[in-house]
Design a protein around this ligand. Structure first.
Ligand SMILES: [Fe+2]
Length: 304
């Protein structure tokens, strides 16, 4: 049996458990001075072995002018019409952050999945499958680990996300900050800061010796970044959360509602139509819903 993309829950859980154990070991080696290659490289090596993308080289060659691939994120203003924006807000407004069958069916029937798959294909030059759709609502004092600079370390280089802001933040000022991929990588190689859960509270300690090197604001300690503050409903941003340091900015008042879509790439040689990708995505999302796994963030990966 050759390589295949696995959506199997048990296999994914076991892989993430391995990942967590190996990262914990790498972090404790680093903290006790036993890690010569640096934490940044160790984490990348762990991810490469546990969540490989066998055709990564082909993906890299595919679209040399892609802002998403080169910079690690790309802002896409207002990806849906006002009507769709209003309907999305209705489906997710009173939600307790759960994704319902009605919402998934609406996204399929109104060709939203189709549109999202077309957008990601246009950005990268290859097909993807949607494997997760989640909704979150944050308030001025919402505390979340994602409010610290971090990567989604349990992803890999080729797993993009799309954040769709479904309510305007023009007055609320909520949004997300992104540090570009090249700078993120340099900062992490220099400081060993990757925003692991054991590192986030110690950001200042990791970064303090490198403030001048990377033009980091000495008072706020904010990394040089692009801050996305959505003005229109459905202003969106594609990003590779494993490649770019990013953090959430809470609204000053009201709430920030975000629909997040996670994708996984298919090999460039795959010539499925967008309709077929939408069909597969729909069945993956329904399977996720039926197994009550909507909150899971374990990426599908290529397995022997
Ligand atoms: Fe994140």
């Amino acid at each position: 049996m050759g390589l295949h993309l696995t959506f199997d829950w048990k296999a994914r859980l076991s892989q993430v458990e391995k990942f967590e154990r190996q990262v914990e070991d790498a972090l404790s080696d680093f903290n006790s001075g036993h890690n010569a290659s640096g934490l940044h490289e160790s984490i990348r090596a762990i991810t490469r072995s546990l969540f490989p993308v066998p055709y990564a080289n082909q993906l890299l060659r595919n679209k040399s002018d892609s802002e998403l691939i080169n910079k690690g994120f790309v802002y896409k203003p207002k990806i849906f019409s006002n009507d769709v924006a209003v309907e999305l807000l209705e489906y997710f407004s009173s939600s307790d952050e759960s994704i319902t069958l009605n919402a998934i069916e609406y996204m399929n029937d109104s060709l939203i999945l189709h549109r999202l798959l077309t957008l990601v294909n246009n950005e990268t030059g290859f097909n993807h499958i949607i494997w997760k759709c989640s909704f979150s609502e944050s308030h001025p004092f919402s505390e979340s680990p994602s409010n610290f600079w971090h990567y989604d370390n349990h992803y890999n280089d080729w797993t993009p996300k799309l954040m769709i802001y479904i309510n305007s933040q023009e007055k609320e000022k909520g949004g997300t900050g992104f540090c570009n991929a090249d700078l993120s990588s340099k900062i992490s190689a220099q400081t060993n800061y990757r925003g692991l859960l054991g590192q986030r509270e110690k950001f200042r300690e990791y970064i303090s010796d490198s403030i001048h090197l990377f033009n980091i604001d000495p008072i706020s300690l904010e990394l040089p970044h692009t801050r996305i503050t959505p003005i229109n409903s459905t202003d969106s941003v594609f990003f590779y959360p494993y490649r770019v340091l990013h953090k959430g900015f809470m609204p000053l008042h009201g709430s920030r509602k975000v629909l997040t879509i996670c994708f996984t790439p298919l090999p460039p040689s795959n010539n499925s139509s967008i309709e077929q990708c939408a069909l597969t995505s729909m069945s993956v999302l329904l399977n996720t819903l039926n197994n009550k796994m909507q909150k899971w963030d374990n990426i599908p990966y290529w397995k022997q």
